[in-house]
Design a protein around this ligand. Sequence first.
Ligand code: MOS
Length: 750
Amino acid sequence: MPDTAPTQAPAHTRHGSSIGQPLTRRDGILKVTGSARYAADNNPEGMLHAVMAVSSIARGRVAALNVAAARAHPGVVEVMTPANRPPLAADPDEKTNPFAFRLDLLQSDHVRYANQPIAVVIAETLEAAAEGARLLAPRYEAEAPRASLTTGERFVPRTVGVGNPPEVRKGDVEAGLADATRRVEATYSTPAQFHNAMEPHAIVASWDGDRLVLDTPTQGLALAQMRAAELLGISAEHIHIRSPFLGGGFGSKGLLAGPQMLGILAAKLVGRPVKLVLRRDQMYGPVGHRAATQQTLRLGTDEAGALQAISHHALTYSSSFDDFFEPAADTSHTLYASPAIATTYEAVRLDTGTPLFMRAPGEATGSIALESAIDEMAWACGMDPLEFRLKNYADVEPVSGKSFSSKALRECYAQGAERFGWASRPVQPRQMRDEAGLLVGWGMGTATFPALMFQGQARAVLRQDGSGLVESGAHDMGQGAWTALAQIAADGLGLPLERVEFRAGDSTLPDAGIAGGSAHTATAGIAIHAAGGDVIAKLAALATGDERSPLFGAGNVGVIARDGRLHRRDDESRSERYEDILLRAGVAEIAGRGSSASDPSAQEAHAMHAHGAVFAEVKVDPELGQVRVTRMVGAFAAGTIINPRMVRSQYYGGMIWGMSFALHEHAAMDRRTGRIMNANLADYHVPVNADTPAIEAILVEEHDPYVNALGIKGVGEIGITGSAGAVANAVWHATGIRVRHFPITPDQLI
Ligand code: MOS
């Protein structure tokens, strides 16, 4: 914000601001009444339906497709195959930028994973398209797929890019382990997981000459627009994407996926609008997933229980044709103090769709392994797990030595433990039973996630009637952006929320950056707030420079914007309504712009992370091995809280996903065929309400003067970290059995 802007008190102390209010979702009524229009709800005039045919082999080639049979089916309009797919301006296998992951757009008959699109049938009805796709009856020349993480040639992923972090080494880990009084060495395996957003990827594509209108859910409007433009060879401004609502994203909608491009190409081929919606099973391949990992943790402590070495080695995979690797070891170089730390990687290539970002990529997978190992190490030291974590508390970021921009983790530990009743936990496992004879266990985990901010833009307008309009191409995938960002918009303009119109979810609006990395509230929010500040600075200049104004001579920094009025700082009773200032000046409206970008010097000076502590109680049936989570308490510190209701909801969601990681989710790949055997929501388990315990999320106060102008850290993904390990550790505490193969299943407990 320019320093001529009116000065503002820190957000959490701001009187009368919409920031900090526990408002309900502004889009809630639309959603519960079914009137929120999701991508697939659009049915433009003349629209056709497209259905993908996908490969049932994981490696080889398509030898034959019965295109004639599909074409002959009543209602089928066209069949798109490599033979007639409209030409592309760029090779979908070319890596034009680090975010351009390779796509399968019918460029050849080559098959590189199961469920790869091999044709698209376009018909007058969904039923005709589906039947046409069935009639294609593909014949394959299949090769044996590479489907196992633990066989095949290993290599060290070297190209550092998106999802491919550098290895970190500090001190001498081997010497630290050799000199340690106590050591833990353990290998933890985590399975492949799929996003399973409630809304599958869907697109309605309408061409008008070389202009294109898309209704499709995306977490990154501008990135999707650029990617489509590049592949189609048209200008990005000619592509209009509408994405007002997402039925969940979890990372799978961060980048334009292959099937979305196929919908666009199908519409081009037939010259009519086309709708393409993925079937649930078709989500298991071409739209990303979380790769399986095998992680080896080696920890060593001195006599007093102080860590002397942390080694975290992750084995994971990418596809045969791209390079995203689950960055699982990364979490181990920010959380616990140790003179020696190494995070290292190995990988293999499998015949799968390319793994991509999913719900705290790296942090979630790494956290369950690290927090389990920490629990094992505490037990080896005979220490309470919380006491052990406090003993090894990192007061500065362990590898970089940077101080934290803020870190209220001690308070998270204290408040969470107090609320949970942790102090009465026996150190020994298998000590507690409930009245029904079930084993009861208590476990904990530390949560952490980097506080990120990307580049974003916004514009704001103050109208002559004193109302405001704020626009930013932000994304609401269910997390509450429509509400939280509007609250920031209102604060930026110094207006009550109901006097601000907030527009988002459309590519014609300023680029708000990707809604990923838990960075969207900071990225879009800072831009939005700055745009409001720009407007207010101009408004204040009008007033303070005008002798007729009670604010005359106060100077811009001498006024405060609140409730649609500018007030003198030195005498708040002297104020003036926005509309009066505009009217007197003869100004119809004032427009302003704002942007966000991370500040390299602030990043250089400080380590920026959100933190939390999660405590879980489980009950385990000693005969059946069945695990129920009965209680979870999470205490999180993530800077300024824009909307406590929404933030709690994010934490609840994260904690449920953490429980899901520990106990439920597991995509099982058939090693003979390379196919996912449980590609549906009946067999791929996610927690339902009956699995979900009483959850409590404590918002621990934290003021961060460095992270960005509003002190916002992300809250979207941190909840899953810590929670997965807390549940796993509670299972050990209940049973005395340490399960290192996730998810924890009943067979491993009996
Ligand atoms: Mo997230 S996996 O950064 O959408």
